[in-house]
Structures are given as structure tokens and as C-alpha cells.
Design a protein around this ligand. Structure first.
Ligand code: FMN
Length: 198
């Protein structure tokens, strides 16, 4: 299939994609149409991948699954914090409550193939997440990639079907936005980040 791009639409899509966070989620709304989530996942699957390792792995939490995820991460946080003597009740409550405010939560995993350097597999998964971001924005949904919670807890991996050599790369939260005011983006000029050699 040949690509058919309308460059103006592509520019607009890329530049107006935004993150929206838990405070901007409508907690009472569930995306009932599984096709929306399936399309987000299908588009993720078309990310570039060196040597076709396709290292992205996703666990989708919806309905009762969100409460299971919330309890899992809160318990894990508590166990670790109590061991380190730095338990914070507010953090614990946030871990329990925040997931319930999203419609769907997609845990982002990187399955290590060993066929390419680790950086390339992390990059491929990140590109898959960008596809999810763009698709969610195109549906007018609130979404963001979060690396909080138990993202960097080694002991969290098995819950998401990941092995020690794999990587939990965070969570993609999806919800309906509370308002119809789409956030403005902010970037420093690209010229500050580019060197041309002519
Ligand atoms: C790898 C990665 C991790 C991120 N982790 C978090 C996070 O833990 N918490 C958060 O609020 N936003 C997180 N973000 C989203 C950024 O806050 C967001 O992209 C940034 O504010 C720019 O806004 P925009 O996405 O609307 O352009 C993350 C983004 C990336 C790429």
C-alpha cells in the first residue's frame, strides 16, 4: 500500500498532539468502543523496528483490570517504602486512585531480543508509543506517557509479563478530556537544536 499523505494535515497532527494528565481526565467516562483502543494498538505495531524485533509489549487494563493494576502498584510501593522507612500515605493513595480516573491504562514493555543494541529496542518501543499518542490525539482523547508508579521497580516486571532482561517503560493513560479546550503546546525553536553542515 502506498502512503497518501496530506502534508498540511500531517504537520497539524504532529504539532497539535498533546499530553493531558490525570487532572484533565473525565473519570466518569469509559471508552466503550474497543475499536478505538484496538486502533491505537494496531498503529503502535507499525513503528519502525531494526531487524524486525518488534520489541513492544502492551498490557491493557480496563474495567476491573484498572483496580487490579492500582492495587498491585500501591502494594508494591508500600512494601518497598516500608523496607526503606520512607512510606508516604499520599503517594500510596495516589497510586490507588489515579488509575481509576483513566478509561484505559496501557503498560509499556520492551521485550529484549538481543539482536540489536538495547538502545534500538527502547527507541522502537518509544516510536510505538508516539504512534499511540498521535492516534489518541486524533480521536480527541486525553493521553499521556507516565513513568511514575512502579516503572523502575525491578520486581514489577513479572506482573506485566516481562523478564529481567526486559524493560518496563511506563504507562500510557487514556481518558476522555474533562473540557473541550485542547492544551497549547510549547517548544523552544528547532534552530537551537540543529547544526547544519553545508
Ligand atoms: C519518556 C517519557 C516519559 C514521560 N513521563 C512522564 C511522567 O512521568 N509524568 C508526566 O506528567 N509526564 C510525563 N511525560 C509527558 C511529558 O510531560 C510531556 O510530553 C511534556 O510535558 C510535553 O507535553 P506534550 O506531550 O503535550 O507536548 C513523559 C514523556 C516521555 C516522552
Amino acid at each position: 500500500m502506498e502512503p497518501r499523505f496530506d502534508i498540511e494535515s500531517v504537520n497539524y497532527m504532529l504539532r497539535t498532539r498533546r499530553s493531558m494528565f490525570v487532572a484533565q481526565f473525565d473519570p466518569s467516562y469509559t471508552i466503550a468502543d474497543d475499536d478505538v483502543i484496538e486502533t491505537i494498538l494496531e498503529n503502535a505495531n507499525w513503528a519502525p523496528t531494526h531487524k524486525m524485533t518488534e520489541p513492544w509489549r502492551f498490557t491493557v487494563f480496563s474495567g476491573e483490570g484498572k483496580a487490579k493494576f492500582a492495587q498491585f502498584q500501591a502494594d508494591l510501593y508500600k512494601a518497598r517504602a516500608e523496607k526503606n522507612d520512607n512510606f508516604n500515605e499520599a503517594v500510596y493513595q495516589k497510586m490507588l486512585e489515579n488509575p481509576l480516573k483513566a478509561s484505559h491504562i496501557i503498560a509499556i514493555g520492551m521485550k529484549r531480543s538481543g539482536a540489536v543494541p538495547e538502545m534500538e529496542e527502547i527507541a522502537a518501543v518509544s516510536m510505538a508509543v508516539q504512534n499511540m499518542y498521535l492516534t489518541a490525539s486524533a480521536y480527541g482523547l486525553a493521553a499521556y506517557w507516565g513513568t511514575g508508579g512502579v516503572t523502575f521497580y525491578e520486581e514489577a516486571k513479572p506482573f506485566f509479563g516481562l523478564e529481567p532482561q526486559d524493560m518496563l517503560m511506563g504507562f500510557f493513560f487514556i481518558a476522555k478530556p474533562l473540557t473541550d479546550r485542547w492544551p497549547n503546546g510549547k517548544r523552544n525553536p528547532i534552530a537551537e537544536k540543529v547544526t547544519w553542515v553545508k
